[in-house]
Design a protein around this ligand. Structure first.
Ligand code: SAH
Length: 490
């Protein structure tokens, strides 16, 4: 009779793998157990918490024989905090896990062979020190059981605050800043926000540092347009090392979104500056800016290498944010067009082009899947058939319409930067169906000690596709013919 697995059953199991979101995976008679906090190679005793037909979530009761990859987490709060998933795994094993995760997705979802994927892989780029790399920290603020204001991180899948003013992914100085604000709140009787009753004032504290400039921004998110004693708080913080900007963001909504729409300056400047390569960027509280600048620079240089620019090329940069990749490429290209859906980011991108004296980059607000086809359909545009298209979409990957138009635009090279290898693999399958070949891929560890990984890929037009275009000249005609062929076939 088939074995039935149920809640509270206890087993001894060897952890054989790591699931894509962190928990260890063990198997008993082909039945899968997901075990949080278990490390690949651990032999452990686990207890089933929730059993489904083919798998269960189990609690790690005891590590019986620890894995050779197991290390003691540097952060004492690692187990309770939902921020890092891989702190108990050695960093070498983490890098292998990440590369394998991407490889498996390219094989399973992308449909590439393992041999091929291995042959074009460039080794993962890890960090020398996989801690203290984040330039931005967002701490939720609450009240502890003694009634004192506290800050920290949410426990996995909840809004319970695990008090911790020294996250080891962020800078040491964040601790001084946070503790100064918490003790100011206590002294002046400024209450933390209470999500349940939607009462109280301070919701979050955001700290951002330009690593190259040392400029720090402190943004207090509050359920108020003005803080009690805000001038005094601003003066106090402004005396601390590096702080150039203290701002108040108002968020009175009952929402999980951290920032509200309105931000005002309490003391100093509205923005801070940072450099990526030799380009300077203006960063305001709501701007998207890569959180690991050291690795970002390496990633962008790889994207630039893959784009292979010699001042003659036309380039589209889709999902361009504040124009970081666009401006990196503009210095080596004839012309770059960036597309981004958030209007404020495009304003920043234009300002960033101006402040760096870059005149060959233009930016457009809108969805990539709408802006790109509108250019393609405009016969007068000289950006219909670019040499290179770079994409850096959010986790959900590229829209089908966007991929379709990219294929029609027929660039020589496509550079795909991705933060989710499953959607990357899905999109590569479409792009490589007939006209493109995956030439190289490389992982960048941008989010050390977490399960997330960034990938940079180069796609090149197939020789056969190049020939075809030379004969037909107009790619649109080519597609018209293809479409009519399809219709006759049907
Ligand atoms: N390339 C930038 C930003 C990458 S993050 C950088 O490296 O800094 C992905 C960006 O895509 C975000 O800025 C997001 O606002 C934007 N975005 C999301 N959906 C989009 C869409 N459909 N069309 C264009 N941009 C989109």
């Amino acid at each position: 009779m088939e074995k039935v697995f149920k809640k509270d059953d206890v087993f001894e199991v060897l952890i054989e793998d790591i699931s894509s979101d962190g928990p260890g995976i063990g198997k008993i008679d082909g039945y899968t157990l997901f075990v949080k906090d278990a490390v690949i190679g651990d032999r452990c005793r686990v207890k089933i918490m929730k059993a489904k037909k083919n798998y269960a979530y189990a609690h790690l009761e005891e590590v019986l024989i620890p894995s050779s990859f197991r290390i003691t987490p540097l952060c004492p709060k690692a187990k309770a905090c939902g921020g890092c998933q891989l702190q108990a795994l050695s960093y070498d094993a983490e890098l292998k896990f990440k590369e394998n995760k991407v490889k498996n997705n390219l094989i399973r979802i992308g449909g590439f062979s393992e041999e091929f994927i291995e042959s074009i892989k460039e080794p993962i780029v890890g960090m020398d020190n996989p801690y203290r790399y984040r330039n931005k920290a967002q701490y939720p603020v609450g009240t502890d059981k003694n009634g004192k204001p506290t800050a920290g991180f949410y426990a996995s899948r909840t809004h319970d605050i695990i008090s911790n003013t020294d996250c080891i992914l962020g800078k040491e100085k964040n601790k001084d800043i946070l503790e100064a604000i918490l003790s100011f709140m206590e002294k002046k009787g400024i209450p933390a926000y209470d999500e349940k009753n939607q009462s109280g004032i301070i919701r979050h504290i955001l700290i951002r540092e330009g690593f190259k400039t040392g400029e720090v921004m402190v943004c207090i998110v509050a359920n108020a347009d003005k803080l009690p004693y805000e001038e005094e708080l601003g003066e106090m913080l402004f005396k601390m090392q590096g702080i150039k900007s203290v701002v108040l963001n108002t968020n009175k909504e009952n929402t999980n979104v951290i920032l509200g729409k309105k931000t005002k300056v309490i003391k100093g400047s509205e923005t801070i500056t940072d450099y990526l390569g030799d380009l300077s960027f203006k960063i305001s509280a709501p701007s998207f800016y890569q959180i690991n600048p050291l690795q970002t620079e390496k990633l962008y240089n790889k994207a630039l290498e893959y784009a292979d620019l010699h001042k003659e090329e036309t380039v589209w940069d889709l999902y361009c944010g504040i124009g970081t990749i666009s401006l990196f490429m503009a210095k080596k290209a004839k012309k770059v067009y960036g597309v981004e859906v958030v209007p404020e980011a495009i304003e920043d991108a234009r300002e960033n082009a101006r402040r760096n004296g870059i005149e060959n980059a233009e930016f457009f607000v809108g969805k990539a899947e709408e802006v790109l086809p509108s250019f393609y359909l405009n016969e007068d545009s000289d950006m219909r058939f670019p040499d290179v298209i770079a994409v850096d979409p959010p986790r959900k990957g590229c829209d089908e319409k966007c991929l379709e138009t990219m294929l029609k635009m027929n660039p020589k090279r496509i550079v795909y930067v991705s933060c989710d290898s499953a959607t990357l693999a899905r999109d590569l399958k479409i792009l490589c169906e007939e006209k493109y070949e995956l030439k190289a891929w490389q992982c960048y560890d941008q989010f050390s000690r977490t399960v997330h990984v960034e990938v940079c890929c180069l796609l090149e037009q197939l020789e056969s596709a190049k020939e075809h275009i030379e004969i037909t000249i107009d790619a649109e005609d080519y597609y018209r013919i293809k479409d009519s062929e399809k219709e006759t076939e049907e």
